[in-house]
Design a protein around this ligand. Structure first.
Ligand SMILES: Nc1ncnc2c1ncn2[C@@H]1O[C@H](COP(=O)(O)OP(=O)(O)OP(=O)(O)O)[C@@H](O)[C@H]1O
Length: 209
């Protein structure tokens, strides 16, 4: 469950105040947030992930009022409940694929279950990359690893920042399907933020900033 109420934000020294439309997602619902470049999509995603603090307004995820958490409580909450899919890989280059996933679980304080990791690698067609270094992966494999790292700890909310904008039509739909499948499997909310209108029809809930 993700709910926002009159979220606003301004960057230090900037004059502009962002005012975001309210979000009300029940368990397992998905949402697409569209908007042109510079409108504040990534800013909103970072607010939803608790990486930025709103100037005013409320954010509630699974009945936890995110604004009222201390820094350390917020870090712990994010680590356990949020999965972030970035446009560019955030995998640690000195670790192989398996160790990146294990590190993600370690930082989420979740136990390492090899059966779950193997099954996730298989679903994302990454089994043969398990022991590979990050610089040995193709762009598509890197992108799928980004999804694996975002969902391996079974988060309640998956937030994806422009996951498809650099992809051709075929891969765009494939990545979207993987995100939706993983969200469905985890019974998680999925929020995708993008200017890529190709994926609009794949969502029932759409907000345009
Ligand atoms: N750290 C910052 N300090 C000041 N202004 C910032 C900062 N980060 C972003 N901005 C400004 O806030 C506005 C919104 O940025 P944001 O990255 O959220 O937009 P976006 O919609 O995600 O854009 P894009 O689609 O191009 O990635 C932009 O005008 C940007 O220059």
């Amino acid at each position: 469950m993700v709910q926002t109420d009159n979220l606003t934000f301004h960057y230090k020294k900037a004059e502009h105040t962002f005012r975001f439309p309210n979000i009300a997602l029940k368990e397992q619902e998905h949402l697409l947030i569209l908007g042109k470049s510079g409108i504040g999509k990534t800013t909103l995603l970072h607010l939803l992930a608790g990486l930025l603090k709103p100037a005013s307004g409320a954010l509630v995820i699974d009945e936890v009022a995110i604004n009222s958490l201390s820094h350390s409580e917020l870090d712990k909450f994010r680590g356990q409940n949020i999965g972030l899919v970035f446009q560019k890989s955030h995998a640690v280059r000195s670790l192989n694929v398996l160790d990146n996933l294990k590190a993600r679980l370690f930082f989420s304080k979740k136990s390492i279950n090899h059966t779950i990791i193997d099954s996730l690698l298989e679903q994302l067609d990454l089994t043969e990359t398990k022991k590979k270094q990050i610089n040995e992966l193709s762009e598509g494999q890197l992108q799928r690893l980004g999804i694996a790292m975002a969902v391996v700890h079974n988060p309640q909310v998956i937030l994806a920042d422009e996951p498809t904008s650099n992809l051709d039509d075929e891969n765009c739909m494939a990545v979207l399907q993987l995100l939706q499948q993983q969200a469905g499997k985890n019974r998680a909310n999925l929020i995708v933020i993008t200017h890529d209108i190709r994926i609009k029809s794949a969502f029932k809930n759409v907000i345009t900033l």
